[in-house]
Design a protein around this ligand. Structure first.
Ligand code: NAD
Length: 340
């Protein structure tokens, strides 16, 4: 019998309950500081044994937690991780963004390594079978060498949502962001999760490690869902997550050798593919991996995604300077944000 502890029973914590509720040989312990939130566990009518706590320390003291899931907001991720370490928890799933400063995030990765703890961050697109298949197609140059990426989405919240899509592009292209020039929207824009959080939107230009350029916007003046376009030398991939699909358009074989100046050469619809993306399924897959003593992705990728968002902030605050990543500025690496 394994015990899965979940801290934070907001919408994301509840998704985890949903994800583990059909698993056998599992006990569940939940902790939330809000009594109305922790009561949500009753709505599940679980068959498994459940323990409920209003304080995570009581949970860690009373339970032998095998996997701890940190499903609270960004500012509590690091302190809760440290408590998990103190109580000897050996497997931790942390929600994104991994932390609210680069030094916190790096410390989590270093400490987990040093103590032999498995640490996973839920950037679930990395283990979505459809995104894995798309990454393989890109490796096979289905649209030729990738030269640019365009991403557009509304709703702001670069730390909360931007980290997901920055990480997705790194994953799909096997590249890191190495330079960022960023512009932020109004920092005092109200955050949907409460006034204690600040996580403005913005836009940026990124340069990736193999020379690909990326135009990225996640602004507070748009109310539109994500659209990701990957441009290759002779084709493009258009990813529309809300429609659960992506299309691959490319020049026909005989046209692929034509010069790029023949930009009017038509693209043929090569493939229209399904994109299954269910957070509960991806979260279940993540828990299953940890039960097998595996992590599906290196947590360093989550540090890198956070660093890009913080790079946008740094660029914005320094006159939109092009910032080199990883950041070397000590003060800025220690700077804490209040992303959710
Ligand atoms: N991976 C994904 O696809 C995905 C999707 C949605 C949200 N998230 C992430 O999940 C996290 C939670 O999101 P949410 O929408 O549930 O947020 P939320 O604000 O609605 O809920 C967070 C819950 O955590 C509780 N909490 C906060 N600090 C606590 C503490 N120290 N101890 C115990 N409980 C505490 C709060 O009382 C609240 O009930 C965020 O980091 C968010 O970015 C990830």
């Amino acid at each position: 019998m394994k015990t899965i502890g979940i801290i934070g029973l907001g919408p994301m914590g509840q998704r985890y309950v949903n994800a583990v509720q059909s698993m056998e040989e599992i006990r569940i312990a939940v902790a939330d500081v809000r009594s109305d939130a922790v009561k949500k566990i009753e709505d599940f009518h679980l068959k498994q044994e459940v323990s409920i706590y209003s304080n995570h320390l009581d949970m860690l003291q009373n339970e032998r937690v095998d996997i701890l899931i940190i499903a609270t907001n960004g500012p509590s991720h690091y302190p809760l991780f440290l408590d998990a370490m103190k109580y000897g928890v050996k497997k931790v799933i942390c929600e994104k963004p991994i932390a609210i400063s680069i030094s916190q995030a790096k410390d989590m990765v270093n400490k987990s390594k040093a103590e032999g703890m498995l640490l996973a961050v839920n950037h679930g697109r990395r283990w979505s079978k459809d995104y894995v298949a798309l990454r393989d197609k890109l490796r096979n140059e289905v649209i030729g060498p990738v030269e640019s990426v365009m991403f557009s989405m509304g709703g702001g919240q670069l730390g909360c949502n931007g980290t997901h899509f920055i990480d997705l592009v790194s994953f799909l292209l096997d590249q890191k962001v190495v330079q960022v020039c960023g512009f932020l929207n109004d920092e005092n824009i109200p955050n949907p999760r409460g006034a204690q959080f600040k996580d403005p939107g913005g836009y940026a230009i990124f340069h990736l490690s193999s020379g690909t350029r990326m135009f990225f916007e996640m602004t507070d003046d748009l109310g539109i869902p994500p659209l990701l376009i990957i441009n290759g030398k002779y084709g493009r991939i258009i990813i529309n997550e809300l429609k659960r699909s992506y299309t691959i358009e490319a020049r026909e074989k005989q046209d692929q050798e034509l010069s790029v100046t023949r930009y009017g050469t038509p693209l043929k619809l090569m493939e229209e593919c399904n994109l299954e993306l269910d957070i509960i399924t991806l979260s279940r897959d993540l828990v299953m991996s940890l039960l097998r003593d595996e992590i599906p992705a290196n947590p360093l990728h989550a540090v890198e995604a956070l660093e890009v968002v913080i790079g946008i902030h740094f660029s914005h605050e320094t006159g939109n300077k092009m910032i080199e990543l990883p950041l070397t500025d000590k003060e800025y690496s220690n700077k804490m944000f209040s992303f959710t």
